[in-house]
Write a protein that binds this ligand. Structure first.
Ligand SMILES: N[C@@H](CCC(=O)N[C@@H](CS)C(=O)NCC(=O)O)C(=O)O
Length: 226
């Protein structure tokens, strides 16, 4: 059975954004059953967890002898097992992979900088000075995506791929702003992705433990996701 590692509880600002969502969503799209191992407070730095995730983060993916970290690498690995994520045609597959990298490498860094300012450093003096530049950079990325999606339902080849999945989860990080809502094609793309039953199931699976465990719960559990 595939096992993913996620957090038992996160603060509300992070609920529904934690990066195991990408992996859960991909597994749901691919129809692959999995279990979730939930880390309690402090477990990120345990020797066991550091052995499977050198940076002490989530997600981790375990399948038999294979252990992977990095949500992008995990998504591509799952995609290789399912045409619902990566098309069989080699060129179409390469185009889908390109959008996974675009989401992670061209879009997420700018979004992450803005989220860091707003969610972690809002009260600091430097944050007010830096924020307009960070917003401008995000807007440049979103404008490019808006142009790309004008007249298209999905980023490539007229169908949902791993690239759309990753882009949707990256754009969710902006949910505390109206930057996506202000761009109709992008907002429609995000709504289309989030309306997929596999996304809804994945989101519910991530959120369920947060309601069950509070911030003070410390015991990790192995929790079936379905
Ligand atoms: N590039 C990594 C980033 C993973 C990451 O940032 N995980 C966050 C949760 S979304 C985390 O574990 N944060 C806790 C920490 O960094 O200590 C990936 O995509 O898997």
């Amino acid at each position: 059975m595939i096992r993913i590692t996620a957090f038992q509880w996160v603060p509300p600002f992070a609920a529904g954004l934690v990066r195991d969502l990408r992996v859960r969503w991909a597994l749901e799209e691919a129809g692959l059953p999995y279990q979730a191992r939930l880390l309690g407070q402090g477990e990120q730095d345990s020797p066991h967890h550091r052995a499977v995730q050198p940076f002490g983060q989530v997600p981790v993916y375990e399948e038999g002898d294979l252990t992977l970290f990095e949500s992008g690498a995990i998504l591509l690995h799952i995609g290789q097992q399912s045409e619902s994520l990566l098309p069989a045609d080699p060129e179409a597959r390469a185009r889908a992979v390109q959008w996974v990298f675009a989401a992670l490498n061209s879009v997420e860094p700018a979004i992450q900088e803005l989220a860091g300012i707003d969610l972690f450093h809002a009260a600091e003096e430097w944050a007010a000075i830096r924020r307009p530049g960070a917003v401008a950079m995000v807007e440049r990325k979103l404008d490019a995506l808006e142009a790309r999606l004008d007249g298209r339902d999905w980023l490539e080849d007229g169908r949902f791929t791993a690239g759309d999945l990753m882009m949707t989860t990256v754009l969710r990080i902006l949910r505390h702003t109206d930057l996506v809502a202000a761009r109709p094609a992008l907002a429609a793309h995000q709504a289309r992705g989030e309306a997929r039953p596999a996304f809804q199931k994945a989101l519910a699976s991530q959120l369920a433990p947060f309601e069950r465990y509070g911030p003070r719960e410390e015991v990790p559990v192995l929790q079936p996701a379905r």
